[in-house]
Write a protein that binds this ligand. Structure first.
Ligand code: HEC
Length: 111
């Protein structure tokens, strides 16, 4: 999800007007791809890393959250292709559920 992190920051910059909107389509497309790949990456239950045990004990629900993320990111990528920054801004909340999911399913950084 490291690429997702970079793309989400770039998109934040585009929406804030500090990064040229010309990057909108490629950035939203890359987020949609990263979301799709995350669904695939988490399909096999491989406990470890910073995934909370709930990722695997609530695996169906977790994958359903991840799939919803992928669907919304795909909608946002379509809006991104048309270069419509305000439409992308409207779709961003659903398309970037990063923090909600991390709060629920990711362990805090080891100190
Ligand atoms: C449906 C749940 C879910 C969503 C949505 C989600 N993540 Fe994650 N993410 C996780 C989990 C679980 C881990 C911990 C993986 C591990 O350590 O094994 C993780 C790990 C990460 C990491 C640590 C590095 C890595 O690749 O494991 C980064 C960075 C990250 N996510 C960024 C994002 C960003 C940015 C978004 C939104 C665009 C996002 N994530 C959306 C569940 C999610």
């Amino acid at each position: 999800m490291l690429q997702l992190d970079r793309d989400a920051k770039t998109l934040g910059g585009i929406v804030a007007g500090t990064i040229p909107a010309a990057k909108l389509a490629e950035t939203t497309r890359s987020i949609a791809q990263g979301a799709r790949e995350s669904v695939t990456a988490f399909e096999p239950a491989v406990p470890g890393g910073r995934s909370k045990p709930e990722v695997w004990s609530n695996h169906a629900e977790f994958l359903s959250d991840m799939s919803a993320f992928a669907r919304h990111a795909e909608d946002m990528a379509k809006a991104g292709e048309s270069g419509n920054v305000s439409q992308v801004t409207n779709l961003m909340i659903d398309a970037l559920p990063c923090k909600q999911c991390h709060d629920k399913y990711r362990m805090p950084k080891p100190s």
